[in-house]
Write a protein that binds this ligand. Structure first.
Ligand SMILES: Cc1cc2nc3c(=O)[nH]c(=O)nc-3n(C[C@H](O)[C@H](O)[C@H](O)COP(=O)(O)O)c2cc1C
Length: 217
């Protein structure tokens, strides 16, 4: 006699598909990273236990800035992003890469050993230099679960504002309207919260950067 309390694989797959369909576009929809895992379950690439184990894994992140190698051009960066998106999606890594006048800023998040192994390779990569870690460690959640590697070209003043906000203030500057940049600021307040109470000095109005990006998110 079959045990009706335990759904078989086909029923479970249909239930997962229905949940994804019914929650699409609502706040209940799982983030993209989780949908990718569920899609791999649907095609039989992962078992439900593997999906649950991957969802359970606590998140580790690296947040750094670096200087692009001389001569690195936009097509080189686009090729790098293509590679990264593919690799990261395959290894349950998520994050964001910003580029602005020869500066990179990147967040990579995922399982600790996987993030550390990738960061060791990134630090050796000759396409950039002067890699400075701004923050590294475990965290309670993924901040960029929607993106295997969101990337954007930002104006230098915007990047300055974002890094300034991360390092000196507790609130998102009004000028930063892009959700990726807002998430970055919310995710990382690197200063002592006591210091963060003192707001950073605003640049004069004439120097205010345009909040829009030359974005390629
Ligand atoms: C700024 C920058 C960011 C990078 N981000 C990633 C990334 O998110 N994922 C990834 O797989 N490779 C990324 N790479 C590429 C890696 O450094 C490395 O080339 C890749 O992991 C392949 O490793 P290998 O060259 O040792 O074979 C990045 C490189 C640079 C310069």
């Amino acid at each position: 006699m079959s045990d009706h309390s335990v759904p078989n694989e086909a029923v479970r797959r249909r239930a997962v598909a229905s949940i994804i369909r019914f929650t699409a576009g609502t706040p209940l929809a799982p983030p993209r990273y989780e949908r990718q895992l569920l899609a791999r379950y649907q095609v039989g690439e992962l078992s439900i236990d593997q999906v649950l184990a991957l969802l359970d894994t606590s998140t580790y992140h690296v947040f750094y800035r670096s200087q692009a190698a001389p001569g690195l051009a936009l097509p080189d960066i686009e090729a790098l992003v293509d590679w990264s998106r593919h690799y990261n999606a395959q290894h349950q890594l998520t994050g964001l890469l910003l580029y602005s006048s020869e500066q990179f800023v990147q967040v990579v998040e995922g399982e600790e050993a996987v993030v550390r192994a990738l960061f060791a390779r990134i630090q050796q990569d000759t396409r950039h230099q002067q890699v400075v870690t701004l923050s590294e460690g475990p965290g309670p959640q993924r901040w960029f679960a929607e993106w295997s590697m969101a990337w954007g070209l930002v104006e230098p003043l915007v990047l300055e504002q974002v890094l300034g906000a991360v390092q000196t203030q507790a609130t998102v500057p009004e000028l930063i309207t892009d959700p990726h940049l807002q998430t970055l600021i919310r995710a990382f307040h690197l200063v002592d919260p006591e210091l963060a109470r003192f707001p950073a000095r605003r640049p004069p109005r004439s120097r205010l950067p345009k909040p829009a990006l030359g974005g390629v998110w």
